[in-house]
Design a protein around this ligand. Structure first.
Ligand SMILES: CC(C)(COP(=O)(O)OP(=O)(O)OC[C@H]1O[C@@H](n2cnc3c(N)ncnc32)[C@H](O)[C@@H]1OP(=O)(O)O)[C@@H](O)C(=O)NCCC(=O)NCCS
Length: 156
């Protein structure tokens, strides 16, 4: 695998939907406004100076299962087509999981379209599990979750 680096994407260089959705991503405006509010952090994985994959952490998104201080939301995981199936999606998703853990979150939620086999397999491999099925403007999706910290046993 070629060398890569993961960097935070600021508003000044925010590649709205650069990785996989082209200019047609319906979430661009939400992404930008959440980022302005400090409610979303965007990261990109660069290979040879080019964005190969992207993934975000969202703190407050109750519609999609967040719980303040406990459960955050992984958003906009995307790998540019020519870089797919090389492990980059997994690497940047794990980076976001580690970031959430560092920030004290115990769980991560995601929403995945029911027909998105690639993403579902990736998340299953990362030990996410489905806890509900719901429908939004874009169709049916699975609500998935993963515990990112071990429960600490307290003895009496
Ligand atoms: C889903 C997506 C991010 C995967 O990115 P990626 O960089 O190709 O993922 P990885 O290389 O880390 O793949 C990890 C595992 O996911 C599964 N997977 C990935 N792409 C797959 C595909 N096209 N078909 C079946 N399984 C797939 C495989 O189990 C794979 O492991 P393997 O290659 O050892 O078999 C990418 O396909 C993508 O950008 N899709 C469009 C955007 C999208 O749908 N994002 C998800 C939003 S919830």
């Amino acid at each position: 695998m070629p060398a890569f680096e993961i960097k935070k994407i600021g508003l000044n260089n925010y590649p709205a939907c650069a990785a996989a959705f082209g200019g047609n991503c319906p979430f661009s405006e939400t992404c930008l406004s959440q980022q302005k509010e400090g409610n979303r952090e965007a990261y990109a994985l660069f290979v040879n100076g080019e964005i190969a994959a992207e993934c975000h952490l969202v703190y407050d998104n109750p519609e999609y299962g967040t719980v303040p201080g406990k459960r955050a939301y992984l958003s906009r995981l995307a790998t540019r087509k020519e870089y797919r199936r090389k492990g980059y999606g997994t690497i940047i998703a794990k980076y976001i999981l580690d970031l959430a853990e560092e920030k004290g979150y115990q769980e991560i939620a995601i929403g995945v379209n029911c027909d998105n086999t690639a993403a579902l397999r990736l998340y299953m491999k990362l030990d996410f599990s489905v806890y509900d099925t719901a429908e939004d403007d874009y169709g049916w999706f699975y609500r998935m979750e993963k515990h990112i910290t071990e429960d600490v046993e307290t003895s009496a």
